[in-house]
Structures are given as structure tokens and as C-alpha cells.
Design a binder for this molecule. Structure first.
Ligand code: NDP
Length: 385
């Protein structure tokens, strides 16, 4: 019987919810493009419940314990005395979410000789040292597509809120004011702006589709080009490299994975090539942007706004400069963990576990590393050191 070690974010400060704002979430059977949503043999939760926090346990407790496995769930993940580090040496499976990542570094992997499977409940496995996973024959899997549309909705929200100056205007209301000139002196229409995405994968393409009705000019750069009929349908211009794209864009949204090619991509030099007053939205990974270069660009006016939900490290320390820099619209890492998304990635996590314990193949689209090499989605979208 296996030990499954699951690292999740803390319950709400007022305790695990006993009721919810809505009575459920709409059911989705297929994602755009036709991939089916997760299909485990059963579910032990009601979609719409909080599953990503410790008490929610991704809805896995009954399933695992009734099969005789041990399930350890904790939010305590940092440092040598953390529950995560203490429980790791005999764990066979580690599960964590990018929102509250259990960083599986090469050092930690070396201390986990039993580890066979690392599941990302969500998308983005950069918190796992993929080269070390390859060397140790560990399978890395994530629930591809489970929250791609969730993130794309967040991106559109953040673009509009920055361009239209929503958050400062809302703050005037909370403060009892009616300061229209203060609200609108940084407020514009998105219409007719040039908007570009770094990467047109699942999220990037969903962002392009959602922005098209705003009558903007769309741009993208990616390692692989979209099919010509999709480019034509979206009216999107391809750029062979990020530098040539950012030069012409008023808004840039980052939607590529974090891997050696993309780490620190938005540094002083690249941000310096953006239009003065451009907006940058990053819901991909914090480390794709140079932390201090972003702060400098907001202070100098090179960027008119920066928003996103991804930081490094996570949770971000209280003195992280992105909390206090000007003209930002940051949230904690929440875009991919709406209650709707949780229902899908919890089901996908169970599907992956069912395959693993039954010795059946895990869906190719969920695989990042398998058999000592990048596999499935990992082979397409990631690179290893
Ligand atoms: P996909 O795998 O569908 O798409 C990723 C795309 O990035 C692929 O088209 C890939 O290119 C492209 N890409 C990789 N490297 C580069 C590069 N150097 N330059 C340009 N494009 C590149 O992933 P998703 O769209 O589902 O997710 C993207 C990322 O978003 C995740 O890896 C994760 O980091 C982040 N994410 C954030 C969430 C949140 O809550 N904030 C939730 C979910 C994901 P190709 O394959 O064509 O080579």
C-alpha cells in the first residue's frame, strides 16, 4: 500500500465553508478542441465544494483510505522541519498545486527513494525539478486543460481592469469619494489596441478567442505556429520572436510555461523594447519576469500597469516589492483554482491515481515526464536542463 503525500493551501481563516455562494457549477464534458474532461470511476465530492485546501483534500480521502493507502495532507511545506520534508522520504506519490507549490528540488528528490509519481493538481510542473525527475525515473503528470479557460478569463479581467483603471476607481468608492477625474486620468478603451500573447497554447489561444470581440488587433509568438485556418479565423499576426512582438503591442499577456528558455524572459532589455505605457499581464509564472525590472518599469512609466497572480516564491513574502509597486493589479495565485477549476483538476488527479494504482497508462496529454524523458504534453511544451 502506498503513502500519498498531498500539499494543499490552508483552509479559509474563518474555517472550512459550510455553505457556498452558488448551488453548483455548470458541467463541462469536453474542452475546446475535443479533449474530454477527467473521467475517474467515481467522485467522492460535489463539484463546487472547496477541494484545494487542506480539509477539502482534493476529495481523495475516502478513495485512497478505503483502498488501504495512507493519505497525508499538509500545508506545511517549507524548510527541513516542515511536515512535507519529514513525510517525504517514504512517500510514493506527491501531489501539490501550483498555487501552493511543494517545491520538489533535486535535493528533495534525492531524499525520496520511494517516490514514483508527482502529480500537479492543475497545470504547470515547474515546481518539480524535471531533470532530477528524469534522472530518478519519476513520472510527472498534470491535469492538462483543467483550468486553462479559468486562467484565460482571469487574463481578460486583468487586461480590462488595468486599461480601464478599475481597481483605483473602486478604491475611491470604498474611500467614500466621487473623484471622477482621479479615476479617469489613467483610463482608456481597449478597442483598437494591439494585444499580443507570448505563447498560443491552450490558455493563450483561449485568451485570443475571448479578446477577438473587443475589436483589438491580435498578435502572438510561439515555438510552433498555429494552423493557418486558426490564424485567419482569429485575424492574429504571428511574430517569429518575442522582441518583434512586444515592440508593436499596447498589451502583452504571458501564457508560456516556465522552463529554461523562458526564465527571466521579461528583463530590462525586453521591457525596454515595449511601447511606453504598455500593460503587461503575467498569469504564467513569476520567474518569467525579472522581479525588479518590473518594479523599475512601473516607476519610470515604461509600463502603465502590471497584473497577474504568479509570484516567486509562493506564498510571496510580506515585503515582496510587487505588493507595493505602483499601478499593479496583483492577486495571490488564484486564477486557476476557482471552485469550477478545482472540480476538474481534483477529478483529474483521481483519474491519474486510478491509472497509477491499476498499472494502466496515464493519458498522454497528462504526462510531463515518464520513463526517464519528457513525455506527452511535456515533450511538446517544456525543455529540460
Ligand atoms: P500549453 O502547454 O497548452 O501551452 C504552452 C505554450 O507555450 C505552447 O504552445 C508552447 O509552445 C509555448 N511555449 C513554450 N516555450 C515557449 C517560448 N520559449 N516562447 C513562446 N512560446 C513558448 O499550456 P497552457 O496554455 O495550458 O498553460 C501555460 C502555462 O500557464 C502553464 O505552463 C502554467 O505555467 C501557466 N498556468 C497558470 C495557471 C494559474 O493559475 N495562474 C493555471 C494553469 C497554467 P509549443 O508547445 O508550440 O512548443
Amino acid at each position: 500500500m502506498a503513502k500519498v503525500l498531498c500539499v494543499l493551501y490552508d483552509d479559509p481563516v474563518d474555517g472550512y465553508p459550510s455553505s457556498y455562494a452558488r448551488d453548483g457549477v455548470p458541467r463541462i464534458d469536453r474542452y475546446p478542441g475535443g479533449q474530454t474532461t477527467p473521467s475517474p470511476s467515481a467522485l467522492d465530492f460535489t463539484p463546487g465544494e472547496l477541494l484545494g485546501s487542506v480539509s477539502g483534500a482534493l476529495g481523495l480521502r475516502r478513495f485512497l483510505e478505503s483502498a488501504g493507502h495512507e493519505l497525508v495532507v499538509t500545508s506545511d511545506k517549507e524548510g527541513p522541519d516542515s511536515v512535507f520534508e519529514r513525510e517525504l522520504p517514504d512517500a510514493e506519490v506527491v501531489i501539490s498545486q501550483p498555487f501552493w507549490p511543494a517545491y520538489l528540488t533535486a535535493e528533495r528528490i534525492a531524499k525520496a527513494p520511494e517516490l514514483k509519481l508527482a502529480i500537479t493538481a492543475g497545470i504547470g510542473s515547474d515546481h518539480v525539478d524535471l531533470s532530477a525527475a528524469i534522472d530518478h525515473g519519476i513520472t510527472v503528470a498534470e491535469v492538462t486543460y483543467s483550468n486553462s479557460v479559468s486562467v484565460s478569463e482571469h487574463v481578460v479581467m486583468m487586461i480590462l481592469s488595468l486599461v480601464r483603471n478599475y481597481l483605483p476607481a473602486h478604491q475611491w468608492v470604498l474611500d467614500g469619494g466621487w473623484n471622477i477625474a482621479d479615476c479617469v486620468s489613467r483610463s482608456y478603451d481597449l478597442e483598437a489596441m494591439d494585444v499580443g500573447t507570448v505563447a498560443a497554447g491552450r490558455i493563450g489561444t483561449a485568451v485570443l478567442r475571448r479578446l477577438k470581440p473587443f475589436d483589438v488587433r491580435l498578435h502572438y509568438t510561439d515555438r510552433h505556429r498555429l494552423p493557418p485556418e486558426v490564424e485567419e479565423e482569429l485575424g492574429v499576426t504571428y511574430h517569429p520572436d518575442v522582441g518583434s512582438m512586444v515592440r508593436v503591442c499596447d498589451v502583452v499577456t504571458i501564457n508560456c510555461p516556465l522552463h529554461p528558455e523562458t526564465e527571466n524572459m521579461f528583463d530590462d532589455a525586453l521591457i525596454g523594447r515595449m511601447k511606453r505605457g504598455a500593460y503587461l499581464i503575467n498569469t504564467a509564472r513569476g520567474k518569467i519576469c525579472d522581479r525588479d525590472a518590473v518594479v523599475r518599469a512601473l516607476e519610470s512609466g515604461r509600463l502603465a500597469g502590471y497584473a497577474g497572480d504568479v509570484w516567486f516564491p509562493q506564498p510571496a513574502p510580506r515585503d515582496h516589492p510587487w505588493r507595493t509597486m505602483p499601478h499593479h493589479g496583483m492577486t495571490p495565485h488564484t486564477s486557476g483554482t476557482s471552485l469550477s477549476a478545482q472540480a476538474r483538476y481534483a477529478a483529474g488527479t483521481r483519474e491519474i491515481l486510478e491509472c497509477f494504482f491499476a498499472g494502466k497508462p496515464i493519458r498522454d496529454e497528462y504526462l510531463i515526464v515518464e520513463g526517464g524523458k519528457l513525455a506527452g504534453t511535456g515533450r511538446h511544451s517544456y525543455s529540460a536542463r
